[in-house]
Unconditional design. Structure first.
Length: 159
């Protein structure tokens, strides 16, 4: 919230490793995107391919500070897959995937919402109250984004 009240509107780059260490939900989002990418790569013909998630995913951080700071977030994966031809003797292929997990969130408040966040026992902040700071040019919304690169190689049986 400090960045919001500083009124700069500058984007913030998120340290994905640190954030993933704090959130099992975000770690699951990453693991699931990587799993889907690996499954898709195994359908590709030999060669080098660029891949991207079919759609942007969305999830919510678990309760606590991350939930209060972010609420929900969006994510997608993309990468470069190098697939080898099947070995004649074993029918095995190899894939080298250079995978990037992308994270995005917009730090904003809903001006017409009745949502509120409990920040201390008996103390709540309403979204529409915080949104007024933005509409009155006393604070600025901003984008948060991050990336996590990961390389993985595996062999699989080609059928």
């Amino acid at each position: 919230m400090r960045h919001f009240m500083d009124n700069s509107g500058r984007d913030v780059r998120v340290d994905m490793r640190e954030l993933m260490n704090k959130s099992r939900v975000l770690k699951f989002s990453f693991d699931n995107e990587l799993f889907q990418a690996r499954e898709f790569c195994q359908t590709l013909a030999p060669g080098v391919h660029s891949i991207t998630s079919e759609e942007c995913g969305r999830d919510d951080f678990e309760q606590g500070n991350l939930h209060l700071a972010f609420g929900s977030y969006k994510f997608w994966g993309q990468g470069r897959a190098a697939v080898t031809a099947a070995d004649d003797r074993t029918d095995k292929r190899t894939c080298l995937l250079e995978f990037t997990f992308h994270f995005f969130d917009r730090y904003n408040w809903d001006v017409e919402s009745e949502k509120k966040a409990k920040v201390a026992p008996g103390i709540y902040i309403q979204d529409k109250t915080m949104a007024k700071f933005h509409t009155q040019c006393l604070a600025k919304e901003y984008d948060l984004h991050g990336q996590l690169a990961h390389k993985v190689s595996w062999n699989y049986l080609w059928r």
